[in-house]
Design a protein around this ligand. Structure first.
Ligand SMILES: C[S@@+](CC[C@H](N)C(=O)[O-])C[C@H]1O[C@@H](n2cnc3c(N)ncnc32)[C@H](O)[C@@H]1O
Length: 339
């Protein structure tokens, strides 16, 4: 319930209005954010009751009470490029249960639930959660930790990169920003995500070196000359991951490799499990597994993709070399596949 209170504050711009004003009564918030006063009052009281907001004078008449954001909470709730930005989880969780009736039906039928059925909260929540990682870590820590890839991306002739399953495109944009010579193609089959990626590209300084394509990465026509193919937090969502990895192998130029970032799971099933593993399983039963069950013969990986599973997919796709990369990350493990 606390989480959905955050969802309301995020989606309706209530935190933003509070941060800008410093302190607000319920009528002040209602006016600033364009919502009804009675709802504003209840939400402010709920937020203070649960410790997310401060209240000046608890004893004051309800309409007179003034609410504010404690120091530091603004970073978690409002700072879109901070690595501590936590508000997107509320949107992602709300999106994760949007088609709950279809998920229940899918459990009985064995069918999948298509990604687009989860709607805007899911893909924009995902976008908001991963954007700080792609803005601050991808080009600054993760790729530089793979020395020959880092060197190739910085060298002439300009390297070509394909960012497969790019979602709303911040990883694609992040790579182009970190490496001023490279050309990057972002590829995703979700129409809404690619539209958002094209919108995100506007006003960056890399429009001339980034192109977004709405298409299935398993499409063999993509065979080209890429020095690097990346896939971030998406292999486990794919109905046919081996086919996609097979296509990725075909996309690579001589000396090229694929770098994959996916969930930092335990090596094997444990119960009870860590908080992180519980988070992954939670997403899996509601969203990632149903998404990966779409289509005849879909493999249905689920969020809890283990290193052994990635290795098996890589081998089945024909990659000759599989390596777990020594990259520190709270959420993801990184793999390098070479033909
Ligand atoms: C969890 S999202 C990750 C998006 C982005 N990489 C990020 O980290 O924010 C998974 C993405 O995989 C995409 N996807 C799944 N299967 C795909 C395929 N066969 N080809 C291209 N994109 C695919 C989905 O459309 C979705 O955007």
């Amino acid at each position: 319930m606390d989480l959905f209170g955050v969802y309301l504050g995020d989606r309706l711009g209530l935190y933003r209005a509070l941060a800008e004003a410093g302190r607000l009564t319920s009528s002040g918030l209602a006016e600033a954010a364009g919502i009804h006063e009675r709802y504003a009052r209840e939400w402010l009281e709920q937020q203070a009751a649960t410790g997310i907001l401060d209240v000046d004078d608890v004893e004051a008449d309800a309409e007179e009470r003034r609410f504010s954001m404690p120091p530091g909470h603004d970073e978690a709730l409002l700072e879109e490029t901070s690595l501590n930005y936590a508000a997107p989880f509320a949107r992602a969780f709300a999106g994760g249960v949007r088609p709950l009736d279809e998920v229940v039906a899918a459990y009985r039928s064995g069918d999948g639930v298509p990604y687009e059925r989860y709607g805007i909260d899911l893909y924009e929540g995902q976008e908001a959660f991963t954007r700080p990682l792609f803005t601050h870590l991808l080009g600054q820590q993760w790729l530089p930790a793979v020395p020959d890839v880092h060197a190739r991306l910085g060298a002439e002739p300009p390297a070509r990169v394909a960012d497969v399953a790019c979602g709303c495109g911040w990883s694609t944009i992040g790579i182009a920003r970190a490496y001023p010579l490279v050309q990057v193609d972002g590829i995703d089959l979700d129409t809404a995500s690619i539209a958002k990626a094209r919108q995100n590209l506007q006003g960056t300084d890399v429009e001339d070196r980034v192109t977004f394509h709405e298409r299935d990465a398993a499409d063999r026509e993509l065979a080209g000359q890429y020095d690097l193919v990346t896939i971030f937090e998406a292999l486990h969502d794919m109905s046919y991951p081996v086919e996609v990895l097979g296509a990725v192998k075909g996309m690579l130029a001589e000396g090229g490799s694929a770098v994959i970032g996916d969930e930092r799971t335990e090596d094997r099933f444990t119960a009870p499990a860590s908080e992180l593993e519980r988070l992954y399983y939670g997403f899996s039963v509601l969203h990632c597994l149903p998404v990966g069950m779409v289509g005849d013969g879909a493999v249905g990986t689920g969020t809890v993709i283990r290193a052994d599973t990635v290795r098996r997919y890589a081998e089945e796709a024909g990659f000759g070399s599989f390596e777990v990369l020594p990259i520190e990350s709270d959420f993801w493990r990184f793999y390098r596949l070479t033909p």
